[in-house]
Each structure stands twice: as C-alpha cells, then as structure tokens.
Design a protein around this ligand. Sequence first.
Ligand code: NAD
Length: 336
Amino acid sequence: MHFKRVVVTGGAGFIGANFVHYALSAHPDWQIVVLDKLTYAGNLENLEPVMDRIEFIQGDIANPADAHKALRGADAVLNFAAESHVDRSLLDASAFVRTNVEGTLVLLEAARREGVKRFLQVSTDEVYGDLHGSDHHSLETDPFRPRSPYAASKAGAEHLVFAYGFSHGLDVVVTRGSNTYGPYQYPEKIIPLFITNALADQPLPLYGDGSAVRDYMHAYDHAAGIDLVLHQGVSGEAYNLGAREQVSGVQVADAILEILDKPPTLKRFVADRPGHDYRYSVNPARAEALGWTRKYSFLEGLRETVQWYMQNRAWWQRVRAKREHQSLMQTWYEQR
Ligand code: NAD
C-alpha cells in the first residue's frame, strides 16, 4: 500500500513522536499531519527537530471539527492519541473514556466520511489482561480481559475499530504493543521515572514485591512494527508487537541502578497498585511473519535510553517541574 498524506494523532506524546521521527526517515516523501490536544503528556519539544517538516494541528480527536480538519485529504490515520497512564485511570477514568473510546469513534467516523484509505489503531497488550500463573504468551485470537479502566477503554476502542471495519467496510488494522520505553517518555512511567529518580538520588518506587513482569520493547521497534503493519497488515486483523522479553520491576530497577552506578538501597517497595496485573506477554509471531523483528534487546535499549536521559536533562527537568507531574507524584506515591 502506498500513502502520501498521513495523520498521526497524539504525535506530540512519547510513542507518537518516536513514530514521527521514524517515519520521516523511512518515508521522506510523506506529508505528516500531527493532531494533538497537548494534554499534560503532549510536548511540542518532542517534535522540535522536525517541526518544519510536518503540519501540526492542536486539537482534540473527540471533537469532530478538529478530526475533519486533520483528516481532509489524508490517505491514512494512525491513532496514537490516548490517555495512557494506568495509575491516572485509577484516580479518574472519565478522560480515558472520553479520549480513548469517544475520541476513537469520532476519528473512525471522520475517516469514513473523508474517504481515508486505512485506519491504524495503536492498541496495547493490556487488553488481554493478567497472565499471572501461566506461561502463555497472548495470541491475537485470545479473548479480551481488561482489568484496569485504562485497559478497558483501549479494549472498547478496539471493538469500535473492528465494528467500523465490518459495518462500514473501513480498512482497519490494529497493533497491540507491549510496554514501551525510549526517548521522550513522560517520566511518570516506570523506566523514565526510575532513570530520572536515580539521577536525582531519589528512591525508585516498586509496587508490592516488584515481581510484576512486563515485555519491554524499545520505541524504535514499536514504531517500525506499526509502520510495517500499516503497509503490510491484512485488513481487519490485529498484530501483537513485543520484544519476547520477560523483565520484572526489580530487574528494571537493578539494571538502571547498575548502569548509573547508584546503590541498590535506592529501591523502595511501596503498597501495590490496586488490581495490579502481574504478567503480560505477547506472542508477536504474526507480525514477525510480515517481516518484523525487534532490533533492541532490553539491556541494549535500556543503556541507550539511560544515555538519552543523561544527555537531555533539561527536557525531563522541565517536565518534572510541572504541576501535573508533581501533583501525581504526591497524590499517588506519598499515600503509599
Ligand atoms: P502519551 O501519554 O505519552 O501520549 C499521548 C499523546 O496523546 C499526548 O501527546 C497527548 O497530548 C495526546 N492526546 C491525549 N488526548 C488527546 C485527545 N483527546 N486528542 C488529541 N490528542 C490527545 O502516550 P504513549 O505512551 O505515547 O502512548 C501512545 C499510544 O500507544 C496510546 O494509544 C497507548 O495506549 C499506546 N500504547 C502505549 C504503550 C506504552 O508502553 N506507553 C504500550 C502499548 C500501547
């Protein structure tokens, strides 16, 4: 499939910005339109190096006028825009339903009316729910068992995406990526939180006994997988993307402390996250059959990511100084 004008929603966020950087080098002829509301997680600094090569629209995917403005004349839409932090969804889920569910619906309707060729929904392995106690790796055919309000909102969005494929003949594909890390990640998520806390000699908060396992994938690999599914994915199908890694919270903390030569005493065990999922793991064989493989092992990707945060202190210090970040850290961690 060939695309020229491509809309990236949520392109000022973490994975969206990494995708924009990837796409501009993989497809220099693309005209990229970024539609982003610039919530607390959106940051134009993430796009600063490429701002003269893209069109940026500040707008809300749940607002039909903004969606139509961005999608007019577009060949493809990639929907990264979301409320993405599980802990915030436990404090207040309403923005998650509005953006992740209603926003996806508004975009689907705009895509249908504007005659967009392909709609790619960026989803998550969290729709499968907890795999604790089994050695299963989730398959695309597995049932959804979302357990957090965040995961439920992403599952709801996927149902709408497939419904638009069936009911309206819209060409839709879905990626279900595993936990992602890399440059430009907002420092409320575990890896940038631990890196920036360690750099500031502050404790690294681990939920419960720190044994929850995730399959950490570098943002570059996530972006490359999304690009491949956009071009080669079969219409109406979902594709798991994961690095075939199984890393616990304690292992993440130990690896970061070792890379930065900081003491293990910085690890701090805090009260567990309510309804915490202890294990996610996907089988990415379907995406691998299209020709995708992850480039980064966890340790290689982590070392590069730590370097990035060391070289971009001003970026994360500005984010950490903002009220939205400080109030989450206070309400969420200080009560634990
Ligand atoms: P993020 O929170 O860093 O960025 C989200 C972006 O969406 C921000 O730029 C924000 O301003 C924008 N946004 C939020 N609401 C909007 C709205 N109503 N209209 C327009 N823009 C809006 O998120 P992320 O970690 O980059 O995640 C991107 C996507 O990937 C999400 O859909 C998420 O569910 C999915 N995903 C994330 C991970 C992960 O580990 N971070 C893993 C798998 C899938």
